[in-house]
Design a binder for this molecule. Structure first.
Ligand code: THU
Length: 136
């Protein structure tokens, strides 16, 4: 699975977004170690707080199905589904990644064209909290 293919799947996932409040459509495609891909979109709520980000939708679908080992995630988003720049994962999603992924987990963020930026989880969440290291 190339980064480009994973990004294409994130762009497709973006079209599933439920965003009556912000209008920001976000899509994610999560690559499991066995090659399975889970797509996710953001799902908003009138009370705002219960909103679920695209990345967490993808993770929760995958974990429900028994996956625990992940390689990479592609993320894209933009107002009304138009990508005008990178859409980096929010802090809550980075913490969910920390729960299941190692430092070298890859995050591909699509840009406005055909390109993307890559960061590791260690770069996006340095000095993070995880049960593995902090709770024995
Ligand atoms: N959003 C995501 O889906 N992922 C992120 O990592 C950042 C924010 C969503 C939540 C909300 O529906 C919209 O983007 C605007 O904040």
């Amino acid at each position: 699975m190339t980064p480009e293919k994973l990004i294409d799947l994130a762009k497709e996932a973006m079209t599933h977004a439920y965003v009556p409040y912000s209008g920001f459509k976000v899509g994610a495609a999560l690559l499991c170690a066995d090659g399975t891909v889970y797509q996710g979109c953001n799902i908003e709520n009138a009370a705002y707080g219960p909103t679920n980000c695209a990345e967490r939708t993808a993770f929760f679908k995958a974990v429900y199905d028994g996956h625990r080992d992940f390689t990479a995630i592609a993320v894209c988003g933009g107002k009304d589904g138009v990508i005008t720049g990178l859409f980096p994962p929010c802090g809550v999603c980075r913490q969910v990644m920390r729960e299941f992924c190692r430092d070298d987990f890859l995050i591909y963020m699509a840009d406005a064209g055909d390109g993307y930026e890559t960061r590791t989880l260690a770069q996006l969440l340095p000095f993070g909290f995880s049960a593995r290291e902090h709770m024995g």
